[in-house]
Ligand binder design. Structure first.
Ligand code: PAF
Length: 284
């Protein structure tokens, strides 16, 4: 496994790798969710690369950039064990050299939901993803469905800029009690950890209601609100049932308004971490 720290090193290492290259972008603190993306990449591609970069531009003031978990040695051994060919683990200066001024902005898609709660977040994500795609030239890039809006933003960015990469969205990996695996779960106290499955419980209730025939957006959003209200430690940031392409809130999950299906998502604050989760409902 080669480890590149600079743009120059990653460029020369990349040229030796067979096509297609499968890429998994990470901020480190690797877990079973990342493992599943890398295994899928290995199964579908001739070579695989991963990045480890805690991207400062996607964190807002007062967010957890300074405390984001970092353990590069553990991450590198995990990547080596998974058979990764190339790791790009640059410094902040390498990605954003002095005077860096260009940003990539996907417009309203990046301003809703997570973008409303975390202004500028998706500009930071879209910018770094564009830089890393350009440096690594993947044929396919693999992302987890848990970050539902992020995958929608990245698909739009790839389409709008005509980038020659296929975005592959892979299923969310969950703990046995339903909690979506996330690097931020390690911030949770034992009490918070016990409360955290409230997100997947809320989504499960939405799915059950939908399968019983409930299509009304307000009633499905209300179901998530009342479920989260059952947990004293949890405070709801948002509960959304939105068109999976435009992220417009839906009056009804069925019909033409939701031609691409619905993204059902929620964000919940626990005292030590803010967690997100989502699921897709097909239209019709
Ligand atoms: O999902 C993440 O870990 C990050 O948002 C990403 C895609 C690596 C960009 O920094």
């Amino acid at each position: 496994m080669r480890i590149a720290r600079t743009r120059l090193e990653v460029g020369s290492a990349r040229r030796t790798l067979p096509e297609p290259l499968g890429l998994v972008l990470t901020m480190g603190a690797l877990h079973e969710g990342h493992d599943s993306l890398l295994r899928r990449a290995a199964a579908e591609c001739e070579s695989i690369a991963a990045t480890i970069f805690v991207n400062p531009t996607q964190f807002g003031r007062g967010e957890d950039f300074g405390h984001y978990p970092r353990d590069e040695a553990a991450d590198l051994s995990r990547l080596e064990a998974l058979g990764v060919d190339l790791v790009f683990a640059p410094s902040t200066q390498e990605v954003y050299p002095a005077g860096f001024a260009t940003t990539v902005d996907v417009g309203p898609l990046g301003e809703r939901l997570e973008g409303a709660a975390r202004p500028g977040h998706f500009r930071g994500v879209a910018t770094v993803v564009t830089i890393l795609f350009d440096l690594l030239g993947p044929g396919r890039a693999f992302f987890g469905q848990k970050d539902g809006q992020q995958t929608i933003v990245i698909r739009r960015l790839v389409r709008d800029l005509g980038l020659p990469v296929e975005v592959v969205v892979c299923p969310t990996i969950r703990e046995p009690d339903g909690l979506a695996i996330s690097s931020r779960n390690r911030f949770l106290s034992a009490e918070e950890r016990a409360a955290a499955p409230v997100l997947s419980r809320a989504l499960a209730r939405v799915r059950e209601a939908y399968e019983r025939g409930e299509q009304n957006g307000d009633r499905l959003r209300e179901l998530m609100r009342t479920t989260v209200a059952e947990e004293d430690l949890a405070a709801l940031d948002y509960a959304s049932v939105a068109d999976a392409r435009s992220l417009d809130e839906l009056d009804s999950v069925g019909g033409a308004a939701a031609a691409d299906g619905a993204l059902v998502s929620l964000a919940v604050r626990l005292p030590s971490a803010r967690l997100i989760d989502c699921l897709y409902l097909e239209s019709g």
